[in-house]
Design a protein around this ligand. Sequence first.
Ligand SMILES: [Zn+2]
Length: 132
Amino acid sequence: MPFYDYRCQTCRRRARLFFTYGEYDTAQPTCPHCHSSAMQRVIGRVALGKSEEARFDDMADDSLMAGLDEEDPRALGQFMRKMSREMGEDLGDEFHEVVDRLEKGESPDDIEAAMPELAGGESSFADDDFGM
Ligand SMILES: [Zn+2]
């Protein structure tokens, strides 16, 4: 069940209220502390994180991925470059070097061999750069 954070305008305390999506449209939130109905919705970091996650899902779903030939390093390099632009984040020198090498036509295996710091595993690369 989704929750919504509110701040009570009367007693200034925060409250987390649970509504179903259907209820939320007509809900009259009431302060659990002083029973005031002067509740103001608080948009917190949770909501922000969710929207970024949704954006990432949208990207993965869109036709971008469908046309991707993973066997073609240049296509993969362009895809990774586009991903990083969409995310609006600088993913670091290592990422750029991988993309550059892919775009020159080097295979992911060759790149991994040439960059020992990547050999530690795909996991550290994904963790650091995509925050998963
Ligand atoms: Zn209150």
